[in-house]
Design a protein around this ligand. Structure first.
Ligand SMILES: Cc1cc2nc3c(=O)[nH]c(=O)nc-3n(C[C@H](O)[C@H](O)[C@H](O)COP(=O)(O)O)c2cc1C
Length: 222
């Protein structure tokens, strides 16, 4: 059964419009964001798919002027970090699965996960994730967390906000500002708010024939 607990805030754009019209916002007006809207954006991320449904993402929402200022300093002084209504710092917890595996399986069983799958997953998930090097763990977390961040970005656009995804930050400095546990890996920041001034130019996208193949590399999609 779908989770329909949260009621929808206003929808100002369809998903196709949000996808086609979204720009990486260059500057924000800094007006506070209503909690209900922020929760709707976050909730969209929490509904993203993830490997084994492990949901290894963790988010720190920064809204206070003091924390935004410090986060800006940890993000190569990018002004939009301080100007945004909220900055969602998207992290992955490399140790999350150790704590969450049983809970994930319990939720799964409640939703109809077959007992045979649950029993098998308990071993295979542990074996798979415990075999990772640091680099493999970070690569795995990047995949999972970026899907959740993208869900949030598009939900924000659909309900009338402007957004800016950011990778320009220093891992150690963000760790320090947010007092993150050692097992956390900062993947990206998502600034949310309302555009201030002119929007960014449209940088264009490559033709589909440049980036999409059919059946095998090099063959055009018919
Ligand atoms: C993962 C990721 C990281 C990015 N990091 C930054 C950043 O640190 N600073 C910035 O100004 N823009 C950043 N951008 C925005 C891109 O430059 C922008 O999305 C791209 O130029 C295409 O423009 P558009 O999103 O307006 O279509 C980032 C985008 C992505 C997806």
């Amino acid at each position: 059964m779908k989770n329909t607990k949260r009621t929808m805030a206003k929808i100002t754009k369809t998903l196709p419009q949000a996808i086609m019209e979204r720009r990486a916002t260059p500057s924000f007006d800094g007006a506070p964001i209503p909690t209900e809207d922020l929760k709707q954006i976050l909730d969209a991320g929490l509904h993203a798919p993830s490997g084994y449904n492990m949901q290894p993402w963790r988010f720190v929402v920064v809204q206070s002027p003091e924390q935004k200022k410090k986060l800006r300093a940890a993000s190569y002084n990018q002004a939009k970090v301080e100007e945004a209504s909220a900055v969602i710092v998207a992290c992955g917890d490399a140790d999350g699965w150790r704590k969450d595996l049983d809970l994930m399986l319990q939720m799964g069983r409640e939703g109809g996960m077959p007992e045979s799958y649950a029993a098998q997953a308990k071993t295979s998930v542990s074996n798979f994730l415990s075999s990772f090097t640091h680099e493999q763990s970070h690569a795995w977390l990047n995949k999972q967390v970026m899907i959740a961040l993208t869900h949030m970005m598009l939900m924000a656009e659909v309900i009338g906000y402007d957004t800016a995804p950011m990778e320009g930050f220093e891992q150690d400095k963000v760790h320090e500002v947010l007092r993150l546990p050692m097992s956390y890996w900062v993947v990206a920041l998502l600034a949310v708010g309302h555009l201030n001034g002119p929007d960014k130019y449209y940088g264009g996208r490559f033709e589909m024939s440049h980036t999409v193949f059919g059946e095998e590399f090099g063959k055009p999609l018919k």
